[in-house]
Design a protein around this ligand. Structure first.
Ligand SMILES: C[S@@+](CC[C@H](N)C(=O)[O-])C[C@H]1O[C@@H](n2cnc3c(N)ncnc32)[C@H](O)[C@@H]1O
Length: 299
């Protein structure tokens, strides 16, 4: 949602943009030419291979801009910014995964193309999806699929997974997808039954909701600090935007933004923006996207 993101962030010369989820640098490349002269961009991503592509793309978009990169979870980003002495005028978190990750079978996100059952956005994380599937108790797996996959067949899927792993370890995406499908009645022309379980396991492996809550908590604390004149990593008047792709992501953002409003921030109108039909036709994933944004007070 490039135009919508730019409208929410309102980049201006000399400003500092922090991209919590740089991906391949698409949004940052649009912001970069709008913050010259003397603009700064910090690109953050959990995935070092995306970050390695984002840096050159953003530098090419505006060679005058100072571009910094940092690999890691955005939950620690405020701490990093304070350490670097950077205060952001704009912060964007475009949640979830990038097409570069899903399209690469070796990353293990895709059930339509076989690969190792990995799913780590940050390959240095200690536990892959295969490790999780091998060790998680049945009841915990059922809870996870129900909560993070919102799948009403969660218990049956968990039982099948536990039976299958007792026969042989589940170490590929095709093997896991097959087990899930065997537990579900065929969908009536709907989505692949493996979709929800894969989403649930991906969320768990990467602690996606925990990371989101942590970042939102940091932003709320910063709003409190700014109100007392002691903000440390967001500038007065900063614009903060989140792009979410399902209700498990959108709900905490919406609640946090209500608390930010109570702390003096201005919620942008309308409360959220969805992708245009043209964008949905170009990019199916944008169908469920919601952009929420807020402006911090000037003092
Ligand atoms: C939808 S893509 C971002 C695309 C980007 N806005 C662009 O224009 O190219 C999401 C990115 O966020 C990263 N990511 C997801 N959760 C993260 C987290 N907790 N910390 C850091 N990066 C994360 C993923 O590795 C992925 O590269």
């Amino acid at each position: 949602m490039p135009a919508e993101v730019l409208a929410a962030l309102r980049p201006a010369p000399e400003q500092t943009y922090v991209d919590a989820t740089a991906g391949l640098g698409g949004h940052a490349s649009l912001v970069a030419p709008r913050i010259v002269p003397r603009g700064t961009i910090l690109l953050n991503d959990a995935d070092p291979s995306n970050l390695a592509r984002a840096g050159p793309a953003v530098r090419a978009a505006a060679p005058e801009v100072r571009v910094l990169t940092r690999q890691g979870n955005f939950a620690e980003l405020p701490h990093v910014l304070r350490g670097m002495g950077i205060r952001a005028d704009m912060l964007l978190a475009d949640l979830g995964f990038a097409s570069s990750q899903v399209d690469d079978p070796s990353r293990g996100f895709s059930f339509s193309r076989d690969g190792p059952l990995d799913m780590r956005l940050d390959p240095t994380l200690p536990m892959s999806a295969a490790d999780l599937v091998a060790s998680i108790p049945e009841s915990e797996l059922a809870r996870l699929i129900e909560e993070f996959g919102e799948d009403r067949h969660a218990r049956r899927i968990a039982r099948k997974v536990v039976q299958a792993r007792a026969r042989s370890p589940i170490v590929t995406t095709a093997a896991l997808a097959e087990v899930v499908r065997s537990a579900c009645p065929p969908g009536a022309g709907g989505i692949d039954p493996a979709t929800r379980t894969f989403q649930a396991i991906r969320i768990a492996v990467n602690d996606e909701l925990g990371s989101l809550e942590a970042l939102l908590g940091h932003i709320e604390r910063e709003a409190e600090q700014l109100a007392s004149g002691t903000g440390r990593w967001l500038a007065p008047g900063a614009r903060v935007a989140f792009l979410t792709f399902h209700s498990l992501e959108d709900r905490p953002v919406k609640r946090s933004f209500q608390r930010l409003q109570a702390l003096g921030c201005t919620l942008h109108d309308p409360a959220f923006v969805a992708a245009t039909p043209e964008e949905v036709a170009r990019n199916a994933r944008s169908r469920s996207a919601k952009l929420r944004s807020v402006t911090f007070p000037m003092k």
